[in-house]
Structures are given as structure tokens and as C-alpha cells.
Design a protein around this ligand. Structure first.
Ligand code: TRH
Length: 358
């Protein structure tokens, strides 16, 4: 039955770790009837995504999930049937010892970061026996192929998405969720030359800091026909709605990157920077998969823009080519999301995987 699930999340930085864990926890509760406890070491970072959360509380409920503060002095009150260790966050020692003492061994999953690289297919589902205790940890890799764990996607997401009509008219709406390392100055110069009106939504934090560093002041800013407007941080589901209405979404990291793909709209991805430029391998692997089936001119424009955006080179020329190819890129984005949705979603895959481990 595997009714009880514990998800452990340590927030490294930004919103990706907590965004993914919160999304998964909600879905396991809502769609699979699981009793989920989400242990988070930094509740402050959950609040912007879920404003109902009170960071002062050690224990609370939202969206059918029991949210627990994961403090240093961890006391084990119950061991779940399935334990998700998100992104190798290292479970509390006392909890691991309690897992080993259970008559029926719980299923222990390490949920990994998303990559389109081919090695993820081979590593997905691999077992790692504990060096001392009678426990086995399994690695669960999200991914873009049926040999991986797939991507988080709620049931009914597309039906909800398709109820949101794109705003009519010539206005090009853009959302800009990026890191401060994005080559914004060149992009803003290109935006200022736009022959059609642009409305660019700028979320707080790094995106707003990056725009401020280029343009000064607090905005809104007018650059030719382009208007850039600061946006408050939106709760998780409202952010989806923003992605659905915009014609182009700049996204980053992992979760917004996946959501932009479900939006079925053109997107530009900035990968989370890793040591030794490992993120550029991730980027190339994604581009290779994503551009298959896209016509040559559109693929070249898309690749050039992603590369410029991730390597800090002036994205101006690539942006102009990208806009020229926008109709083809839009059709491809819609087809890509439909194609990805033929795979089982990650939560369902995880439930099935764990059921097979008893
Ligand atoms: O915030 P990020 O840069 O997170 C990163 C990555 O996950 C990276 O892989 C990880 O190692 C690092 O964190 C620690 O980008 P990401 O993954 O897109 O997460 C942002 C989350 O914030 C996502 O769940 C969407 C959500 N969001 C909102 O809910 N409202 C908003 O207004 C915005 C802009 C984002």
C-alpha cells in the first residue's frame, strides 16, 4: 500500500529544490492518495511558492501535505513506507538508523536533478546498498526518455492550460526568469529596436537585479516599443498561468524549465551553473533532443540564442534570428510538449517504481 511518504528537502539556494519537492508532495497527496510529510530545512523559501505557509510553525498542513520543519535536533516519531531524499540531501542519521530497524524495510529513493544527457537512462533506477546497514537506496532520475523517471506533470494540467487564451493583438509578452549572469545588456539593446510592442514581466530577485544593473532605477522601463515591468513573486500555480499567456518565456534551473515546456510556448533556458561548465553539457544534450525535428533555420536560431544566453555572449543577433523563426519555433514548442506528455509523469512513475520494490 505504501501509504506514508516522507520527502526530505534541503534548500541549497534559489527556489528549484523546494519547488520540485513541493510540487511532488502535492501531487502524491492529491492524485495518489498518499499521506505525505515534507521535511524542509528552510520554510522561508517555501512561502513565496505557497503563501499559506507560516515559516514560524514546526508543523502545518497545506494542499493535503503535512509540512514539517527539518531542524538540526531531528527526533524520529515514525518511519514512512517510502522515503524520498531529494538531491542527495542526506537524511538525518537517527532516521536512517530507524529505517534499518523496521520489520518491513522502507523504500529509499534519491531523487536526482534533471538532465537530458544519455547517461541518465543507464543510471535511472540503480541500487546502492548501504555500506553498514541492511538498506538499499535507489536513484531516480527525471528525464526526457521512457528509460528515465520522466517529468513532473499534474493530471489535468493541459486541460487547464488550454482554457487560457493567448492575449490577442500584436503585443509580444515575455517573462524573464534568469540569473544575474545572463547577458542582459545585449538583449535589452536588441529589445529596444523591436518593431512590435513588447511587454516583459520581470520577477523579483536575480532577474530584477540584472535589469536594474543595466537600466538603473526600479522600473517600469520603456525601451522603444518595449516595456519592462517588475512582477511580484507569484505562487506556484499563478506562475504557470504567466507562462501560458506569454509568447516567450525565459526560464532557468530545473522546475521553471520543465513548466515552460508544459506551457507549449517558445522558451529560452538558462542552466544552473555547475563546476567545470558541466551545465554546458546539459545544455547541449537538451538542445540535441529538443531540436530534432525542427527545421534547420529555426533550429540554428534556437541553438544560437540558448548558447549566447548561457555563455554570456551578446545574444542580440541570435535574438533577431529567433524572432524571425518564431512561428516555426512556436509550432515546435507545442508539438514538443505533446510528445513529452506521452510519457508517464514522474509522480506516477515513482509510485509504480516504489510499489515494485517491496
Ligand atoms: O530557482 P532556480 O534557479 O532553482 C535552481 C535549480 O533548481 C537548480 O537545479 C538547483 O540546483 C538550484 O536551484 C539549487 O530555478 P527553478 O528550478 O526554475 O526553480 C524556480 C521555482 O520557482 C519553480 O518551482 C517555479 C517557481 N516560481 C514561482 O512559483 N513563482 C515565480 O514568480 C517564479 C519566478 C518562480
Amino acid at each position: 500500500m505504501q501509504l506514508h511518504w516522507d520527502i526530505f528537502c534541503r534548500v541549497i539556494d534559489n527556489y528549484g529544490d523546494i519547488g520540485i519537492c513541493w510540487r511532488l508532495a502535492r501531487q502524491l497527496a492529491a492524485e495518489h492518495g498518499k499521506r505525505v510529510r515534507l521535511w524542509v530545512d528552510d520554510l522561508e523559501s517555501l512561502r513565496p511558492l505557497c503563501p499559506a505557509v507560516d515559516p514560524a510553525l514546526a508543523m502545518q498542513s497545506a494542499a493535503g501535505v503535512e509540512i514539517r520543519r527539518w531542524a538540526g535536533d531531528f527526533a524520529v516519531d515514525r518511519v514512512a513506507d517510502v522515503i524520498i531524499e531529494a538531491f542527495a540531501c542526506e537524511l538525518p542519521e537517527a532516521y536512517v538508523a530507524a529505517m534499518a530497524g523496521q520489520p518491513a524495510r522502507p523504500v529509499w529513493i534519491n531523487l536526482e536533478y534533471l538532465t537530458a544527457e544519455a547517461w541518465a537512462d543507464g543510471c535511472h533506477g540503480m541500487a546502492s546498498p548501504h555500506p553498514r546497514l541492511p538498506l538499499v537506496k535507489h536513484f531516480f532520475f527525471p528525464g526526457f526518455t521512457p528509460s528515465t523517471g520522466g517529468l513532473l506533470r499534474e493530471a489535468g494540467l493541459f486541460a487547464e492550460r488550454d482554457r487560457v487564451a493567448a492575449p490577442p493583438g500584436d503585443l509580444l509578452e515575455i517573462s524573464l526568469f534568469c540569473y544575474t549572469t545572463a547577458p542582459l545588456a545585449g538583449w535589452l539593446r536588441a529589445l529596444a529596436d523591436s518593431p512590435r510592442p513588447v511587454l516583459c514581466h520581470v520577477p523579483p530577485g536575480q532577474p530584477l537585479a540584472a535589469v536594474r544593473a543595466c537600466l538603473g532605477g526600479d522600473g517600469p522601463w520603456q525601451l522603444g516599443l518595449a516595456r519592462l515591468v517588475p512582477l511580484p513573486f507569484l505562487p506556484l500555480d499563478d506562475y504557470d498561468r504567466l507562462l501560458w499567456r506569454c509568447a516567450i518565456n525565459f526560464v532557468r534551473g530545473e522546475d521553471s524549465f520543465v513548466r515552460a515546456q508544459w506551457a507549449g510556448k517558445p522558451f529560452v533556458w538558462q542552466a544552473y551553473v555547475q563546476q567545470d561548465d558541466a551545465h554546458l553539457d546539459k545544455l547541449t544534450a537538451f538542445l540535441d533532443r529538443h531540436c530534432a525535428g525542427l527545421d534547420a533555420a529555426a533550429a540554428a536560431a534556437l541553438r544560437a540564442l540558448f548558447l549566447a544566453w548561457n555563455t554570456g555572449t551578446d545574444p542580440g543577433p541570435a535574438w533577431r534570428d529567433y524572432l524571425a523563426e518564431l512561428p516555426a519555433i512556436s509550432r515546435h514548442a507545442a508539438a514538443w510538449s505533446g510528445q513529452l506528455a506521452t510519457m508517464p509523469d514522474l509522480a506516477t512513475g515513482l509510485v509504480n517504481f516504489c510499489a515494485g520494490k517491496v
